[in-house]
Ligand binder design. Sequence first.
Ligand code: BDP
Length: 636
Amino acid sequence: MPIVDEPVHPAWLPPGAWRPITGRRVRVTGEGLLVRTVLAELRAAGATLVETDGDVEFGLGGDPALDGEGFEIVRRDGRTLIRAAAPHGLLHSLFHLLREAPAGRYRPAVDRRMVDHWDNVDVHPVMGQVERGYAGGSLFWRAGEPRRDLPRVAAYARLLAACGVNAVALNNVNVHATETRLLTDRLAEVAELAAEFRRYGIRVHLSVSFAAPVHHGLPGADPLDDRVVAWWAEATRAVYEMIPDFGGYLVKADSEGQPGPFTYGRSHADGANLLAGALAPHGGVVHWRAFVYNHRQDWRDRSVDRARAAYDHFTPLDGAFRDNVVVQVKHGPMDFQAREPVAPLIAAMPATRLAVEVQATQEYTGQQRHLCYLAPMWSSLLRGTDGPAIAGVAAEMVAVANTGDDPFWTGHPLAQANLYAFGRLAWDHTLDPVTILDEWTGLTFPGASPALRATLHAVMDGSWQTYERYTAPLGVGFMVRPGHHYGPDVDGYEYTPWGTYHHADRDGVGVDRTVATGTGFTGQYPQPWASIYESAADCPDELALFFHHLPYGHVLRDGRTVIQHIYDTHFAGAAETAEMRRRWQTISDEVPTELFRRVAGLLNEQVRSAEEWRDQINAYFLRKSGVPDEHGRPIY
Ligand code: BDP
């Protein structure tokens, strides 16, 4: 099997990355599909496969406590011995070995680490082939037809497996008419993709429409109607007949126009349990998204708060879901902004299996034109730096995919690091983002020089905070151009029904979400966070305007006023992008030319866009507030 018969530019694991294996005597025991995958990888990496006394030995028979995916690495007398309890563990151990993982026991922090594609089968008139996709077209479909580029799908499955991902949802959560047929007469397309992913231990899931029975001739989709129950049971039986290891369904219901149980006066638990009932006999799960809110709200009514919605809808249902329902919650209460507090729902569903969803596709973080390494954000959410920790509460982790048929996989070549970091953090929540970047660098640019490593750290480690500095200030969010969400438009969503406001006036800015005088959202948090967020004096600066409407002269915890903080961060953020661009120019000899050029071009755009953000935000707030910059810098 060709390993890197790449129609594409290097992602992690080009041939040079196999140095720890190449030329070594390796013995593998065990059988089955995944063991065959391990053998094929080893052969292609230039290992010498032996029957006895390998320098490296992979085998089953490890401690059952390692579960399905764990493994143990023992180093003894110059040899490396790997034991797993199941073949999936052997596959993961192989990739850990390439990272030169030290001896020890390894087990993933959560059982399911999933990537959700928002790929459409047809080209959607507004959203295109991939909704919020910034890496070309879909790897799976083009203009209504299956692409059948199976070697590319296999290479993709391998990339995902190599960072620890073990589940993939193939199609968009917004399910249009054609996509409902993936579940029925177009199931063979799904089975074909599933066969490629299976070789790398990845199970395939499908987004389904709650109204699927209606698309297929039933008069309604009421979850308590026996005909609907029977329809789902039969459709699901047929899926498993063709794809025995099918993962399950992903559902966006009663959200942004998608159909759901509310139409029939039923709850989200009724809806999720219907599908869970159909999947249970086959061992499948339903991921039911908690992204439910009113996108037709009255912007004049300040008591309505979109941030409250998921908690208000779902906490009354805690304990009402079947065992094979996973409630999938976005990491923040709004919508994947560069800075949000953790969603309070995550800390409020003790009797429900939760998956936490992050957005690797950079819809609100620069759309893969801007360099924005997201691992520091995800790591701080997992650890609970500024709110309740996700680690230990989430049973599963999900990322919205940032990949497509772009030759670099991710549009911005360095955005590959986000996908890699997602997989690694989902596997081990305690990993440090700087260490993850080192791993990724070593695997992607084998033999990377100290200068290249230093430059990648210089341009990437702080890039999320740089992005935050030049975009919407102090956690207030949005301020993006409506529709496509790229570039600044301070009031773009201010007078719309979407619920994404900043409430700036001549005196101040921010959303009062306190219990005392605002929407009461802070009351959804457990202590001490409810009190910390409620108090303007205690609230972390970076969330100040998310929780409070503050006068421009309000002094933040860092000693600066709100208005001066806005000016300072916007000048600093834009200047940092220029420095990133300068640093990148210093390593032109260290990376492949095409990759160098692609990144250089994108950095030009990032500098331009950051200056545009800086100027629009600063000018807007100067005009609103009338307060000049204390350093007298030019504001237009
Ligand atoms: C929003 C996107 C929209 C998605 C939605 C979702 O703008 O395209 O459909 O999230 O997560 O951020 O369902």
